[in-house]
Design a protein around this ligand. Sequence first.
Ligand SMILES: Nc1nc2c(ncn2[C@@H]2O[C@H](COP(=O)(O)OP(=O)(O)OP(=O)(O)O)[C@@H](O)[C@H]2O)c(=O)[nH]1
Ligand SMILES: [Mg+2]
Length: 201
Amino acid sequence: MSGKSLLLKVILLGDGGVGKSSLMNRYVTNKFDSQAFHTIGVEFLNRDLEVDGRFVTLQIWDTAGQERFKSLRTPFYRGADCCLLTFSVDDRQSFENLSNWQKEFIYYADVKDPEHFPFVVLGNKIDKLERQVSTEEARAWCMENGNYPYLETSAKDDTNVTVAFEEAVRQVLAVEEQLEHCMLGHTVDLHSSSKSGSSCC
Ligand SMILES: Nc1nc2c(ncn2[C@@H]2O[C@H](COP(=O)(O)OP(=O)(O)OP(=O)(O)O)[C@@H](O)[C@H]2O)c(=O)[nH]1
Ligand SMILES: [Mg+2]
């Protein structure tokens, strides 16, 4: 087990009103406000956690989903280690906009290798009885768009909120481990007389 704490930046993106701020506040302060105000620009909160023996400080960046705040949120995408694409299961439009959020993130965060970037998709407000997006549909979107993990959450009832943020950490650690593995492969390569090296990257 490593004693060093890792600082990870995760960013919550999605339409205005899907519950991004509520998810962050539920996770960090364990509170829920049924009359939350729209976010203007960005806000962030930190929480320390341990995942699979790794100590992590999770820096959660909560962005304003409303279109009019686009120029205020996009400068903060750079340096994110994971992106939580969020929609609300009772709002079909917010689900249909996931691709736009994915593209906006890749562009403004200047992601060099989008295929391997860790996105996690959250379908929030599962406590609501009238759904407009089924679990199967959401899973299918995740499969088709990069094989992303999909979690259904409720910030109101505190369903899967901790699991969602821990999954984000796991995704980042998995990518990091793969990179370390590849670099190790290259190091071994330099000292090897053989031309054939690691084929993982
Ligand atoms: N029923 C229910 N309501 C929720 C849930 N999460 C958030 N809400 C409510 O939905 C509304 C919008 O939530 P916010 O967290 O402000 O949404 P947001 O995504 O941060 O919105 P912007 O800041 O405009 O981007 C608020 O009235 C919340 O109380 C949930 O899981 N279930
Ligand atoms: Mg908000």
